[in-house]
Design a protein around this ligand. Sequence first.
Ligand SMILES: [Cu+2]
Length: 130
Amino acid sequence: MEKNKSIYLSIIFVVILIAGVFIFTNNKNEAGDGGNNISIINGKQIITISAKGGYSPRTTNAKADIPTVIKMETNGSFDCSSSLAIPSLSYRNNLPLTGETSIDVPPQKAGAKLQGICAMGMYNFVINFN
Ligand SMILES: [Cu+2]
């Protein structure tokens, strides 16, 4: 009986640990969401997204109906997130290992959604226009 109890406690411990890691990782991904990565300069909307071991922020809520530039920032990005495709813009490019790459985006309609994805399809980001 004592043995069953310790197995039971071990299982609870592991479940709490996994839940903790999951919550922590989610919080990290949400950081920067909500328009912090957007600035408007001379009537142009600049959306900054970093590419290194994935994309950050994963979700951006942007304005519809204005000219937009996506500024991809890389910084020693040796992983495949530097190999970027944005299918709905027919965009495909190998970003420099370190640097900034501007991608011109025509004004998007409200409700439009742009998805960026790495060459192998394991990392992605989404920009929602509203
Ligand atoms: Cu990839």
